[in-house]
Design a protein around this ligand. Structure first.
Ligand SMILES: NC(=O)c1ccc[n+]([C@@H]2O[C@H](COP(=O)([O-])OP(=O)(O)OC[C@H]3O[C@@H](n4cnc5c(N)ncnc54)[C@H](OP(=O)(O)O)[C@@H]3O)[C@@H](O)[C@H]2O)c1
Length: 270
């Protein structure tokens, strides 16, 4: 895609990924929370009036444990809103790029391809799956990008949490029995530009390399110690092994290389 020749609208533009998307798509029409995606009529009007070529939706309710307490809100933001966002895109002739998650899978299988059966085990995963289903039901020209374990400069994330804890605690316990693929939002935002020009469908886009949260933490801080999920009970169940396999497009770099850039403060998109 030649950035600048198409009209792009970004929803959720001030979240962690949204900030990086703004860097990749300068000149995009950007909306933060002032365009509440649960406001159906406003969303329909905004998209159909603007007539963008591409709508990129990075807005979501991403508090995985919070979703367990706020089920209706999670379903509205992550699920129901996608039905009318898709309808508006369809009416305006816009492509929709939407982000989803590895948590649509239950994590009982080692690896998940784009076509594998979904089976979420928490409310967040259920709500994101509803979003995917609503998009597929209401339009054809969509790209759903499932990704995992995001870290980036513009949001609360695991890397910063570890750095903070390491300074305050002698040892930082981190679970060693959940596996996934850490992904740098700067890399994901760059890759999104390529996906826009690809075939409609579902994409699995992450940095390369699989690790446990403990292995990820050990690459960030010197005083991480392994523990298991039973020692670290959380409100929402997490999949054990939610590794997304990308069968459709070129791989991104290894998460360790991306992490090195992040820790050096390098963010190619802003
Ligand atoms: N973070 C991860 O590890 C991860 C993993 C897999 C997939 N994803 C997906 O990747 C995408 C981007 O994630 P992210 O980490 O960048 O999320 P984020 O930092 O939480 O950004 C989401 C943005 O959406 C906004 N938002 C929430 N409710 C809204 C509403 N009703 N209307 C409009 N905006 C609303 C949020 O505002 P407030 O912050 O003010 O609420 C925030 O600015 C999401 O679709 C997420 O599900 C994330």
């Amino acid at each position: 895609m030649v950035v600048g020749t198409v009209k792009i609208m970004i929803l959720g533009a001030y979240g962690m990924l949204g900030h990086n998307l703004q860097g990749v798509f300068p000149g995009a029409e950007c909306f933060g929370k002032e365009l509440d995606i649960t406001e159906k009529e406003v969303v329909l009007k905004t998209i159909t009036a603007s007539k963008p070529n591409v709508v990129i939706n990075a807005a979501a309710y991403t508090d995985v444990d919070g979703c367990e307490d706020n089920v209706d809100h999670a379903l509205r933001v992550n699920g129901e809103a996608l039905a009318y966002i898709a309808t508006a895109c369809c009416e305006s002739g816009a492509k929709l790029v939407h982000f989803s998650t590895d948590y649509v899978f239950d994590g009982t299988k080692q690896e998940y391809r784009e076509s594998d059966a979904t089976n979420p085990i928490n409310v967040y995963g259920r709500s994101k799956l509803l979003g995917e289903q609503n998009i597929m039901e209401h339009m054809e020209d969509y790209r759903i990008i499932r990704t995992s374990w995001l870290f980036g400069r513009h949001g609360k994330n695991f890397v910063d949490t570890m750095v903070g804890l390491a300074g305050r605690m002698e040892q930082v316990k981190v679970v060693n029995d959940q596996f996934g693929k850490p992904t740098y939002t700067a890399d994901l935002a760059q890759k999104t530009a390529d996906i826009i020009d690809m075939e409609p469908g579902i994409y699995h886009i992450t940095n390369e390399g699989v690790c446990s949260w403990y292995e990820f933490a050990s690459a960030i801080i010197p005083n991480a110690v392994p523990c298991n999920s039973e020692e670290f009970v959380r409100k929402a169940r997490r999949p054990e092994y939610s590794v997304l396999v990308n069968t459709k497009t070129g791989p991104m770099r290894h998460w360790r290389d991306a992490l090195r850039d992040y820790l050096k403060g390098f963010d190619g998109t802003t």
